[in-house]
Ligand binder design. Structure first.
Ligand code: AMP
Length: 360
């Protein structure tokens, strides 16, 4: 089976690593000459809106998926005329826009923080009067890793905030005093079957994911699955969807969804029976889903900026290195490691060893 992937970053790379044993072959559409997935398949260097290259992609593959949600929904809608695309353009349209996704949570009875649509500085002032401070102003689209957002703590922060984010459509969200951040990676097959991985505790540094620890029988697992199930059904979704939640007062508030494989699910490569990457491909290809059961306890640490020396990473017990072969650059995700253990205390010890290595 020939799979077209829009985007050729590390998520595309890991999709190819999972799909190759299943007999899949990959073509990545990515304008970046050095797209790191390119080494694992064919690389179409082209803009995402190039009709000529979209046609070329559609003609050369059996189906198309995408590995980042900033793909213009029109690109996916255009491709859908010629080739099956999963997840659908409609699912992408909602998931890539914070106003649409939060409105959907509200319609589905999924708790989320108060929010308002902001199309001008005047709208922002009205929204602040309604929601109060502190609050978070976010661009509706294209934000990632804490980019495209500003925390407003006092009235002076409001003054230039809309211009600060580029005078583009935004939403204002009430600030959530959360006790933790968790995510749920779920997958839905073409036949509607849904499987979920265990909830993952996430810790961020400067808005970028630093550490994900897969939980063991989290008390909010069933609730998270209920919320994710409502969204998956509503969107008639096919593929992996990641759901990010804030833990508040013993419950969950939905933050956002990502219509793709997710950084907080990378541990599943070694830590579960069938990884998020393989399950995404199984789902979009109409194959039976694989088991999401865990193999011991797992955590994942991101490498930001540069990858530590392989020999040192691999000297840590049951530690698995993923180097995306991306050029080192401050703030860039260039690799990760998954750590596995048969007991939780030992896992913590291994995480501390790896964190110490990152500080060297
Ligand atoms: P996001 O891009 O929405 O995932 O936001 C990036 C990070 O900013 C989140 O992981 C939270 O740590 C923080 N954050 C986002 N929205 C809020 C909010 N409404 N209240 C408090 N913190 C937030």
């Amino acid at each position: 089976m020939k799979v077209g992937v829009i985007g050729g970053g590390q998520l595309g790379r890991m999709l190819a690593l999972a799909g190759t044993p299943l007999g899949m072959q990959f073509t990545f559409l990515d304008p970046a000459v050095d797209a790191c997935a390119g080494a694992l398949g064919e690389h179409l260097h082209a803009d995402y809106s190039s009709a000529e290259h979209l046609q070329q992609l559609a003609q050369s593959v059996d189906l198309v998926t995408f590995e980042f949600e900033s793909v213009p929904a029109e690109t996916v809608a255009y491709l859908e005329q010629f080739v099956p695309v999963y997840p659908s353009a409609q699912a992408l349209r909602i998931a890539r826009d914070r106003w649409f996704e939060k409105s959907m949570f509200k319609d589905l009875g999924i708790p989320t923080t108060e929010f308002a649509d902001v199309l001008s500085q005047a709208d922002l002032e009205a929204a602040v009067a309604q929601i109060g401070l502190p609050a978070v102003l976010k661009t509706r689209t294209l934000g990632y890793d804490g980019k495209g957002q500003k925390v407003l703590r006092e009235p002076a922060d409001v003054l230039d905030a809309f211009a600060y984010l580029g005078n583009v459509p935004c939403i204002l969200e009430g600030f959530v005093a959360f006790t933790g951040e968790v995510s749920l990676v779920a997958v839905r097959g073409r036949d509607g079957q849904v499987c979920c991985y265990p909830l993952v505790h996430n810790t961020h540094n400067d808005g970028v994911l630093h550490l994900s620890v897969a939980s063991d029988q989290h008390p909010l697992q069933a609730l998270a699955q209920d919320y994710a199930g409502r969204v998956l059904t509503q969107l008639d979704y096919v593929g992996v969807l990641a759901f990010e939640f804030f833990e508040v007062d013993g419950g969950l508030k939905a933050n956002e969804i990502a219509p793709r494989v997710h950084n907080s699910g990378h541990w599943t490569i070694e830590g579960s029976e069938c990884s998020q990457f393989e399950n995404h491909l199984r789902a979009v290809a109409g194959l039976p889903l694989g088991s999401t059961a865990t193999v011991g306890h797992s955590a994942m640490l991101n490498f930001i900026g540069s990858v530590p020396e392989a020999a040192k990473v691999l000297a840590i017990a049951d530690c698995h290195l993923h180097d995306y072969l991306k050029a080192p650059k401050a703030g860039r995700k260039v690799g990760h490691a998954t750590i596995r253990s048969q007991n939780v205390e030992q896992l913590q010890q291994q995480i501390s060893e790896l964190e110490a290595l990152l500080k060297e």
